[in-house]
Design a protein around this ligand. Structure first.
Ligand code: 26Q
Length: 817
């Protein structure tokens, strides 16, 4: 059945909202308005806002039960949510009402909103995508639940000490979390270890019974997620691990006070902290415990919900779709089989049919080191029944192929669930593939590469399974909330229709691309955002920048394939060029960097140090007369992104072609009217299609050319440096300690390493990147053309809405709209 009409009005006026906030402050927070701290006000406002969400939430939940709409479950180990106050108020259409109500109390909403901690239950793109999807699913009326882990500590806080990254624990829950509802009654047992016994049931059938060695509890915490104009309110359900007993009383009484709580600590460590890596390293036991913990709790929960309404689990696939966000939840394939066969007594074949019908999998990376595999020994120890099931799935799969006449041993080896070469390991990508009816990539290029590389053999066996769903972003957060000035300008020309349906209405902005007055307003908005960012830069790192300079921005996780190093080489090249010919009419530029490195990723951390060394040297060199400034902003997170993106003139999307699955910040910048300098990688390729190549600065090798260089065997970074004075001068300066006089050999290893093995072809793309940057300067000198292009960027980004992406998932994969 189709959902009821969207958009319900939130009925509240200024006086009512003010009264509600005062009541919350008094009775829920327990503070007298006279003596309330700012944080008390934040809590009171959040609770008042939440009441309105709850009304809609309950309506919506009842309506879904009534309509028996198909349910979508989004399983993700990460939800990079950010702050929710303005998001909630804005989506409910009461932001202005709230602001006015608080004004009357002498409370400034724009100050209070900054007190909300930034919920960082994710590392980067994949986690933020999950958060955008949740919002779009609520907007479109998809009956969705997000399932994940309620980490006590989210992604670490990054401090920069003497130029080096230092990780500090993030305590986002210190002051409580006003958005969530603890559900102490929604609790499931999750087991680990032990052994499996074959036993006869009463009908004389052989059954496998898992006798676990250890059991913990998963407790639900629910956060309502409200869509645009309160269209619908879905639930993000996050699991917290608790021990079965809070205290081992016998041990305690025997005087073993530490031993009495040891089990508690072990159990609760599962939801203690987010893994701070954006690619996999050697299989860590705790990580596998996290994966299984949240998958099992979520599947038990959704099966219970299904059986509340329907007679049998056989019909699960008709009424529910489960999307796995990368392989992190892929143990779901074995767990769903276990629940269906062992607990709900389905036959193996019935269970397999339900599993494949219900599950689907999104791949987010092709980097070999990021493809998850787990040692068979670890799996056997921690999840013995699942390991059995995986062997059975594998046997069925390989036997099936043999029956169909496939005897090619190399083929059988690559499509097997078990990797035999580097110690025996379970390939989670293959498991997710076999257990799903749909496997999607996140941009057209990435999906093509999935078909031709990691999954080429499985694709030949199941050619209909792989499909593309190019990523998108929610315009509510990344345009309306992050850039209210630009939003107002859009509404001014295009009417409110642009807010409700930007996918179809933004295009009409093209008509104003050459309008001088509109260009001026566009530039004014940008200047306003740049002034705000300049203040942040001044406050946080003490660097003074000129808001009129070109703001050239690269913000994202620090990773070699994303090539922050290429940007730094350009920075140094520009620095040397300005010093050599200071009289030339250089375009004043501010290079802005931000991003976290995985704690154990030494090369990435060294790149952060290099950014800071280069920044210090250039910013303090009077000969460049402020024509070039470099700023590394610490602790990049969703909130900082919301300040940086509207202030960017130039967006750096410069990964080695073939390595960035999609990118999503590229879309956020484009939507806000920044021009992109980028490679033909990930979703840049589609941006190029929609925006027109003339409205981007495209450079560098294509994915095919990258492959050819790597396999051709004759690529040499040495040669690139030998044939480019500019590149060579840059490398020698860095190598020789120009930017590290305190430790002149700090970067010798980095430069030598680059010259001997340039895995990401930094040197190969350097000259082409330099030329593209020259074109940037050229266009900047022609403001009419620059702003025309900027307006066209905004006007043509409509397709990159996550509403479009979710509509595609819902119709093509989930059959849920
Ligand atoms: C896995 C195992 C153990 C520890 C950590 C991990 C892990 C965690 C996070 C592996 C990968 C990730 C995150 C990956 C990620 O963010 N990928 C990005 O996904 C975006 C959304 O599709 C794309 O736009 C980016 O191109 C892609 O890099």
């Amino acid at each position: 059945m189709s959902p009821e009409p969207l958009t319900r009005k939130v009925n509240v006026d200024v006086d009512e909202f003010r009264t509600a906030v005062l009541a919350k402050l008094t009775y829920a927070v327990g503070k007298d308005p006279e003596h309330a701290f700012d944080h008390d006000w934040f809590e009171a406002i959040a609770l008042a806002a939440r009441d309105h969400m709850v009304d809609h939430w309950m309506d919506h939940t009842r309506q879904i039960y009534r309509s028996q709409q198909k349910r979508v479950y989004y399983l993700s180990l990460e939800f990079l949510i950010g702050r929710l106050l303005v998001d909630s108020l804005s989506n409910m259409g009461i932001l202005d009402i709230a602001r006015e109500a608080l004004d009357g109390l002498g409370v400034d909403l724009d100050k209070i909103r900054l007190l909300e901690p930034d919920a960082a239950l994710g590392n980067g793109g994949l986690g933020r995508l999950a958060a955008c999807f949740m919002e779009s699913m609520s907007t479109l009326g998809v009956a969705a639940h997000g399932y994940g882990i309620r980490y006590e500590h989210g992604l670490f806080r990054q401090a920069i000490i003497d130029g080096w990254q230092q990780e500090q624990t993030e305590n986002w829950l210190d002051f409580g979390n006003p958005w969530e509802f603890e559900r102490p009654e929604v609790i499931y047992p999750i087991s680990f270890g032990g052994h499996v016994e074959g036993t006869m049931d009463s009908d004389g059938n052989l059954r496998q019974v898992w006798r676990p060695g250890e059991t913990v509890r998963a407790v639900a915490y629910d956060t309502p997620v409200v869509g645009w104009k309160g269209a619908s309110v879905n639930t993000l359900r996050l699991w917290r691990a608790r021990a079965m007993e809070d205290l081992h009383l016998e041990r305690f009484n025997a005087g073993d006070h530490l031993g009495a709580v040891a089990d508690v600590a072990r159990a609760e460590s599962i939801s203690r902290v987010l893994y701070p890596a954006d690619s996999t390293e050697a299989g860590q036991e705790l990580r596998l415990r996290q994966e299984y913990f949240f998958v099992s709790a979520s599947l038990q929960d959704l099966l219970r919900r299904h059986l509340n309404v329907y007679e049998t689990v056989n019909s699960l696939g008709e009424h529910a779709a489960i999307q796995m966000n990368d392989t992190h939840p892929s143990i779901a394939v074995a767990e769903l089989m276990r629940l269906l066969v062992d607990i709900h007594q389905l036959s193996w074949d019935e269970a397999w049919k339900v599993t494949v019908e219900t599950l689907s999998y999104t791949n987010h990376t092709l980097l070999p080191e990021a493809l998850e595999t787990w040692p068979v020994g670890l799996m056997e120890r921690m999840l013995p029944r699942h390991m059995q099931i995986i062997y059975l799935i594998n046997a069925q799969h390989i036997d099936g192929l043999r029956e169909k006449g496939t005897h090619d041993i190399d083929l059988l080896r690559t499509v097997s669930l078990i990797e035999e070469d580097h110690g025996r390991r379970v390939r989670m990508g293959n498991l997710a593939f076999l257990g799903s009816h749909s496997i999607n990539g996140v941009s057209a290029l990435h999906t093509d590469l999935m078909r031709s590389t990691v999954f080429s053999d499985l694709n030949r066996l199941y050619p209909e399974r792989i499909n593309n769903k190019t990523n998108g972003i929610t315009f509510r957060r990344w345009l309306y909330q992050a850039n209210p000035k630009l939003t107002a300008m859009l509404v001014d020309k295009l009417g409110n229709a642009v807010l409700d349906d930007p996918e179809n209405n933004l295009k009409r902005l093209e008509a104003f691309a050459d309008d001088a007055a509109y260009q001026r307003r566009f530039a004014d908005q940008r200047l306003h955002s740049k002034e705000a960012l300049a203040r942040i830069i001044q406050e946080r790192i003490g660097v003074t920048v000129d808001p009129k300079a070109l703001f050239d921005v690269q913000v994202k996780r620090i990773h070699e394939y994303k090539r922050q190093l290429l940007n730094l080489l350009h920075t140094v090249a520009l620095y040397q060029a300005i010093r050599a010919t200071p009289e030339k009419p250089w375009v004043p530029r501010v290079k802005i960097f931000a991003g976290k490195a995985a704690a154990s990723y030494h090369q990435a951390k060294l790149i952060i140090k290099l950014s800071n060394d280069i920044a210090r040297t250039i910013n303090n060199d009077p000969t460049v007369r402020g024509l070039l400034k470099v700023a590394f902003l610490p602790n990049y997170n969703v909130s900082l992104a919301e300040s940086i993106i509207p202030a960017a003139d130039l967006s750096e999307q410069i990964s080695t072609a073939g390595y960035e699955a999609s990118g999503t910040s590229n879309m956020k910048f484009g939507l806000n009217g920044a021009l992109t300098i980028g490679t033909m990688d990930g979703a840049n390729v589609e941006m190029c299609e929609y925006l027109g190549r003339e409205n981007m600065f495209i450079f560098g090798l294509s994915a095919d050319e990258v492959e050819a260089r790597k396999h051709g065997g004759d690529y040499s970074a040495h040669q690139e440096a030998a044939s480019s004075h500019r590149l060579n001068d840059v490398l020698q300066a860095i190598r020789g300690g120009v930017f590290s006089p305190d430790d002149p050999s700090r970067y010798a290893g980095l430069v030598d390493g680059l010259l001997s093995y340039d895995r990401f072809l930094v040197c190969a793309d350097f000259e082409s990147y330099w030329s593209a940057q020259m074109k940037v300067e050229e266009l900047w000198r022609h403001p009419k053309q620059w702003w025309r292009s900027a307006i066209l960027n905004t006007a043509r980004m409509g397709w990159f809405s996550s509403d479009r992406t979710i509509r595609e998932y819902a119709t093509e994969i989930w059959k849920a709209l």
